[in-house]
Design a protein around this ligand. Structure first.
Ligand code: AQP
Length: 324
């Protein structure tokens, strides 16, 4: 039996390097491994858990699908779909919420961070985010979830829910585990926190030009002189150096320690290497953008395939919970 895989990205904007390294790379790796059956969605329902604009949401969810296809997700190998087209996610999340306490949700670090970021948007939808994520995974009985390390607290909730449902209602949900990549945590270019779509100045878009990338990498707040303790900005720069110029990173580290490092040299080498990695993605994206019919057919067929699996799970859960 193939192991099922589920992952998704919110429709809050174009993908950035953090999404790509922390999630999409893992998604592609599992898609290309014959031991896995992969389902990848654009998480548009999750998007309404924080403030959003209606037209922006519509536009972004298509952009995420195009980004997926350009990055190498293949509808012949993966089910690529829009979360809101499979109503079973929202339905199952309500059933699952009956085994979760309010306190457990309120104490999650991710919830606390989001209410700090959006103090006027402390909604039930935000509180329910991890339960919906558990439903996304469990509705396909997925065992592997390629997501960044920031999502680990949510996976813990999904495992707790799976265990409880199995104990109370004799369902057979697997306990999902995160599939980690080398870039599981990409820091913000501002030197503090993670790279995030909703934090201006923190991210590099996958569609950025070499010039933009160079400017952004140069903006990382490194010290004026090398040597001594690495500050957060320098540490951030070295995260990128380790990922994108691994052959040169050690030498640059030694130069830093001896006080001889010129930061702009490392920054420009990193920027160049990031752009080289993104160039093929950008070329493919331009082609896919033009092929409206292809994108439409991926969205339509993906929903049908996903629904066929999800509806079976929901029927089973309803039966076991006495709702049928
Ligand atoms: N900085 C990051 N490093 C590694 N992985 C990351 N991910 C996000 N940021 C990083 C991973 O990308 C996937 C999709 O994330 P999301 O868009 O669904 O939600 P998010 O985590 O809230 O991403 P953003 O960019 O921070 O969006 P906003 O600003 O809209 O909230 C997940 O697998 C995540 O781990």
């Amino acid at each position: 039996m193939k192991k099922r895989v589920l992952s998704g990205i919110r429709a809050t904007g174009r993908l950035h390097l953090g999404n790509y390294l922390g999630a999409v790379k893992g998604m592609i790796e599992l898609q290309n491994d014959p031991n896995y059956e992969t389902l990848y969605m654009v998480a548009d329902i999750h998007t309404i858990t924080t403030p959003f604009e209606i037209e922006g949401l519509r536009k972004n969810r298509r952009e995420v699908i195009i980004d997926y296809l350009a990055a190498g997700l293949d509808p012949e190998k993966s089910i690529i779909f829009q979360q809101s087209k499979v109503g079973e996610h929202a339905e199952l999340s309500f059933y699952l919420s009956s085994v979760v306490s309010v306190a457990r949700m309120q104490h999650l670090p991710t919830f606390k961070e989001k209410i700090k970021q959006y103090p006027k948007n402390v909604t039930m939808a935000l509180l329910n985010y991890p339960i919906l994520m558990a439903a996304d995974i469990l509705v396909y009985k997925a065992g592997a979830v390629p997501v960044g390390i920031d999502q680990e607290p949510h996976l813990e909730v999904a495992r707790e829910i799976a265990k409880k449902m199995n104990q109370i209602y004799r369902t057979n949900f697997p306990e999902p585990a995160r599939f980690a990549t080398k870039g599981e945590y990409i820091p913000s270019l501002r030197g503090e926190g993670k790279m995030s779509k909703s934090i201006e100045g923190s991210y590099i878009n996958l569609t950025d030009s070499l010039d933009d990338i160079r400017k952004k990498i140069r903006s990382i707040p490194t010290a004026t002189e090398a040597g001594g303790e690495m500050n957060l900005g320098v540490k951030t720069l070295f995260v990128f150096a380790d990922l994108f110029i691994p052959g040169k990173a050690e030498q640059f580290r030694k130069e830093f320690e001896s006080g001889k490092l010129q930061f702009v040299v490392v920054k420009d080498a990193v920027a160049e290497a990031i752009f080289r990695e993104l160039e093929p993605f950008q070329a493919r994206r331009k082609e896919i953008e033009k092929d409206i019919k292809f994108v439409d057919s991926v969205i339509k067929e993906g929903a049908e395939k996903a629904r066929a699996i999800a509806s079976r799970t929901v029927e089973e859960v309803k039966e076991k919970m006495g709702l049928k």
